[in-house]
Design a protein around this ligand. Structure first.
Ligand SMILES: CC1=C(CCC(=O)O)c2cc3nc(cc4[nH]c(cc5[nH]c(cc1n2)c(C)c5CCC(=O)O)c(CCC(=O)O)c4C)C(CCC(=O)O)=C3C
Ligand SMILES: [Fe+2]
Length: 400
């Protein structure tokens, strides 16, 4: 997309409860109209309750804001950064009103979500489209969004660093337990989504290079949808930066499945995958011996929020430990300097201050503006929500 003189930046995120009284209202916001069974909500509520009713995500976003502001200032970019969430205060509509009241007219959004899918890309575009509509700012505030940054080197590097450290730590632990050659497996973990969402998530078919690596045809098995293919590509890129992982088996797994039981979501679940691999490698005569340790790389996530600290650090860890396996979960990008610098690089691209569009792997830099109907979701009332940052955007783009 042609560069623009953006005059405001928005950090758009998920939002999370700040105390016990917020937990249920927050979960109602997240699941409004989504057909999530009550039992699932009660279960998820316990994760927040165990943490004092506080999601870690808000503090992480405050830290991310501070780090981004410092990097923008260091590069002499004097554009204010605002914060708005989908599911909890500060909400996106109020933030857009503030941005407009402060005199800004061209907004560029950075969302805390790296890959393509309805939940991680289009829904943020809908949040903006609906907020422009509900506030009456349609046509008065332009709202764009940065490209999905899963394959930006600044997103990949922190995971590589984490994997290097995680492997060293788990090898030391196994050596200390008298099993220095113990078999390891790297699980790259991301959020499960409905398979229909995964398949709607972008250009098809699978990039030829990735098709070759995975041996999968488009539409065939784990990794054949665009969402999974992006994750497989990032996993490959991380591994290329970590020679210490040479010869260690790895796989892509999914976590945090929600939704009604009859709706298919991406599999395998990380806990099932750990159990199956432990059982498989324990049988006699298998090469490489019994599984001794697992390293989990949470490549689907930007910070150590509840889906990471509960579903991985609590549940997956317990699954591994019940099987007598050593366990390491490596860090998310959080406020890693490479990640912060990468996000600001993308902002500079959009301002026309930085030539080239950095990307690693087989997809190339993702598009700044989505294709018509990309990741489209028809709501239960039969309508499609307004969006921004797409060729078919209905609102928020008075110059197009
Ligand atoms: C792809 C994806 C990401 C990763 C990309 C990204 O980061 O954006 C993500 C992140 C997050 N998901 C989060 C929390 C929740 N997600 C839920 C439900 C759902 N997630 C989905 C997808 C994703 N979610 C989907 C398809 C649903 C079904 C309902 C629907 O279609 O919307 C529910 C409802 C209860 C449940 O069923 O789990 C909760 C509470 C939090 C906040 C954590 C915190 O508070 O620290 C974060 C960062
Ligand atoms: Fe989620």
């Amino acid at each position: 997309m042609a560069p623009k003189a953006y005059d405001a930046l928005l950090l758009a995120s998920f939002g999370g409860p700040e105390g016990q009284d917020d937990v249920i209202p927050f979960l109602r916001n997240v699941t409004a109209g989504r057909g999530i069974p009550d039992e699932r909500l009660e279960e998820v509520a316990t994760h927040y309750r165990a943490n004092g009713g506080v999601s870690p995500i808000n503090a992480q976003n405050r830290a991310l804001m501070a780090a981004l502001e410092a990097e923008l200032a260091a590069r002499g970019i004097e554009i204010p950064l605002y914060w708005g969430n989908r599911n909890w205060a500060p909400y996106i509509p109020e933030t857009l009103e503030q941005i407009h009241a402060d005199g800004h007219r061209r907004l560029l959004t950075v969302a805390t979500s790296a890959y393509s899918s309805y939940s991680s890309c289009r829904q943020y575009r809908e949040d903006l489209g609906m907020a422009l509509r509900s506030t009456g700012l349609e046509g008065r505030l332009e709202a764009d969004k940065i490209r999905q940054y899963f394959n930006h080197p600044g997103f990949v590097e922190p995971f590589a660093e984490g994997l290097r450290a995680g492997l060293a730590e788990i090898r030391a632990e196994l050596a200390g337990a008298g099993n220095p050659e113990g078999r390891l497996h790297v699980f790259f973990a991301t959020h499960s989504i409905p398979t229909s969402d995964a398949e709607a998530a972008g250009p098809r078919p699978l990039a030829a290079e990735l098709q070759e690596q995975t041996g999968l045809a488009p539409g065939e098995g784990n990794g054949a949808d665009v969402y999974s293919a992006q994750h497989l590509d990032v996993a490959e890129q991380i591994l290329q930066l970590v020679p210490e992982a040479a010869g260690v088996d790895w796989s892509l797994v999914y976590q945090s499945r929600s939704g009604a039981p009859h709706v298919p979501w991406l599999e395998p679940d990380i806990n099932d995958a750990i159990e199956e691999l432990a059982a498989e490698t324990r049988t006699e005569g298998n090469d490489g011996g019994a599984l001794a340790g697992v390293v989990v790389v949470p490549l689907g996530f930007v910070s150590d929020h509840m889906e990471v600290v509960w579903d991985l650090d609590t549940e997956a860890k317990e699954t591994a430990e019940n099987l007598g396996l050593a366990f390491r979960r490596t860090p998310t990008p959080g406020t890693h300097p490479a990640f912060i610098s990468g996000l600001v690089d993308i902002v500079e691209e959009r301002l026309g201050r930085r030539p080239g569009r950095a990307a690693v792997g087989c997809f190339g830099a993702w598009n700044d503006v989505c294709a018509p109907n990309c990741c489209v979701k028809v709501m239960r009332d039969g309508t499609v929500r307004p969006t921004v940052a797409a060729f078919d955007a209905e609102v928020g783009a008075p110059t197009r």
